[in-house]
Every structure is written in structure tokens, then in C-alpha cells.
Design a protein around this ligand. Sequence first.
Ligand code: PMP
Length: 443
Amino acid sequence: MPATANAPGLDAYWMPFTANRQFKAAPRLLTAAEGMHYTASDGRTVLDGTAGLWCVNAGHGRRDIATAVERQLTTLDFAPSFQMGHPLAFDFAERLAAVAPGGPEAGLDRVFFTGSGSESVDTALKIALAYQRAIGQGTRTRLIGRERGYHGVGFGGISVGGLVNNRRMFPLLPAVDHLRHTHDLARNAFSRGQPTHGAELADDLERLVALHGAETIAACIVEPVAGSTGVLIPPVGYLERLRDICTRHGILLIFDEVITGFGRLGAPFATDRFGVVPDLVTTAKGLTNGALPMGAVFASRAVHDALMHGPEGSIELFHGYTYSGHPAACAAGLATLDIYAREGLLTRAAALSETWADAVHGLANAPHVIDIRTLGLVAGIELSPRDGAPGARAYDVFVDCFERGLLVRVTGDIVALSPPLIVETDQIDTMVSILGEALARVA
Ligand code: PMP
């Protein structure tokens, strides 16, 4: 279709991860947001079932964040991030350290700022490689990811990631291998919370150690709960086993908590929810409630301190971004942490998780549904694919829901729900009822 067939004004913007031509022929535009709702360009109210893109955990339009950002931008809009500082970046890092994944004993209280989830992932991978070199383990250059992992779109992230479409078009990092994913419909379908079967899949890491030699492996990165590839919840005991194998072989464990961080699972981080402590944690999204782009990597003191050597005046980690610790993003983040604390949002999903699971699992007998997975305030509803058209059925559900006032997210034939953590019970019921009607309507 020629670009000129689009509504006026839509051509120039090349949209990310979007079927541009299809979208521009029938655009869906959001023009305002408040609390749990978006307003669409045709004036309709749309219930936000996805916290934007898994990021608006405290709900939309938070005045405190807007005020803090405006105050910061009119006081100090920007400061160079290299060899210079500004107080808010130090304040924000200290505040994050105080709520760091795993609590004070975990010691994950050194914070490196980035501009996004992808940057956090590539930063964590580079920190892991630099750490191994610093402790005299320079042969450890291999990185281990997992099938169906999503770690953003940097070259590091797509290399350790397991999304085929992300990987096949581009050259990747050379020394990378993957664990199998843990998704197992045959054994675990319709399990609430953590599925029972599959802890042994962590032993894939032992196999890779046997294959490559532990002395070649720097780090292993997984999402504690894989979000973007369909809400895949780790089997009971899996993460513990992975932690144990990493520790025994000197491999750093990285949790990518870009989605699971900041309350999604009912605890501040998945690290807390599962009681398994990695060496590095990547975050973004909920860090600023999605209001401004920002990411952060939490590093253990051991990892951090190992890099704080070298000649006087040398730069310990040759890495960083113009926007690392951006003043406005720090202001947004500090205001966000205040809201999370004041409103108890980092643990609210725990109180709602049974209600959530009851409501979502109520769709078990809806047409096309072959699995439902829930934990905290996240859910994946897997549909049988339409013959010859993988993903088409879920896409139709997404469009139907949007037209009827509910934003859901689809990935392949999986519908994902992850509402803002301020969601009320009646809104959960509305989500499930709109989704149930959509499932009944699609062919
Ligand atoms: N890691 C995970 C686990 C994610 O879910 C995402 C984004 N959905 C990313 C990394 C990449 O984040 P960004 O889009 O901010 O680069």
C-alpha cells in the first residue's frame, strides 16, 4: 500500500515493533491518560490492562511525578554524566540501594544508571565481562541466555535473547549459548502461581558447563518471569537450582527484572518474591513509572568492588551514557519511589493475587484457551493458533478488546495482562469480562 493512502500526518513516524503499513491504515491513537484509563483519539475511555507497556505501575497522570520533573527541569535540566555529577543522581541511587532487590543482606546496592531496559541489559553483560577480567578470569567471555528470553534490542540483548525474529536478521555476539525455556503445556497447563514441573531444566547450565568448560562462561541471564514472550513463570525450584549451579562454577547470575521489578509480582522485585539472589539485576520501566525513559542496573558489592581498583585516576568501567542519571529522570524516579512507598504498591499485588488468579482463571473454559498462567498481578492467557495463521487469533482479540475499551498485549497467540498496581477488584472483573466476550467473538 502506498504511504499516501494513510491518514494525513502518519507517514514520517517509523514505528517500533509495529506493522507500520497495517497500523497506519487503521491507526489506534491514545491522547490522554489518568489513573487506570487511557483516552483514545475518538474520545473513548480504554481500561489499561497492561500498565502501558508493563511500566506504569502507579497508574497514569501522577501529579507528584509531573511536578518533580518540572521543578527539576527549571532548576537543572541537564548535567554532564561523565566526570561530573549532580546531587539528585546520588540521592536516587541511595534511595534505590535502600530498597534494592533481596534486601540489605543481598548487598545488591550499587546502582548504574541507563536510559532503557535494553541499555540496562547490555550494561549488565559488560559489567559481568569486566568483573571476570578484573578477578583474573579473563577467559570467561561466554554468555548464557535462554530460549524465549527477551532482553531488549541491543546487540548483547538480542544475542542472549531467545526471540527468533529478533535474532535472525542481525549478526550476534560470538560466544553465546542458551538454556531451554521452561514453558511446558503438557505438564503445567493451568497451574496457578509457579508451575510444579521443570526445575531440572536448570541443569541445562551444567550441560553447557560440561560442553564449553566453566572457565569460558562469564554470566547467565534470565528473566525470573519471562514477560514479553508470553508470561512464562519459573517452575518451583528452578531459579534456586540455577543459582546453585552458577555459584559452584563461578558464573555470575543476572536477573533481568525490567518487567518484574517494582512490584509486579507482589514483592518489590522477583529476587524478593522467589528468595533467590543474583549478582546483577537489570531494571527500567517501573523505575520512573514509565514517565521518563530510564533504567538502572543493581550490582552486588562484590562485583562493584572488584572493579574499583587499577591505577589512581583510571576509569574503572569504560562504559556509560549521556543520559545516565539524567536529572529529570532521577526526579521522576524519586517521586515514583515516594508514591510506591506511600501507597504500598510494591507489595499490593500480593494482596490482590488470589482475586486476580480467581478472576483470570475464570476464563479457563472460554473458547480457544489452552493455558492460563498467573502470578502477582500478571497473567498470560494462551490461545490455540488459528490454522495456518499463528498469532492472528490473539491479534483479533487485541483489536476487539481495544474497540470495546480494554488494552491488552499480545505476543504470538498469548494474551498478556499486567494492569497498573492500583487496579481495583471491579476493574479486574471488567477486564476479564471484556476479554471473555472478545474470546467468544473471534473465530
Ligand atoms: N528486558 C526485559 C525483560 C524487557 O521486558 C524489556 C522490554 N519489554 C527489555 C529488556 C527492553 O527494555 P527497553 O524496551 O526499555 O529497551
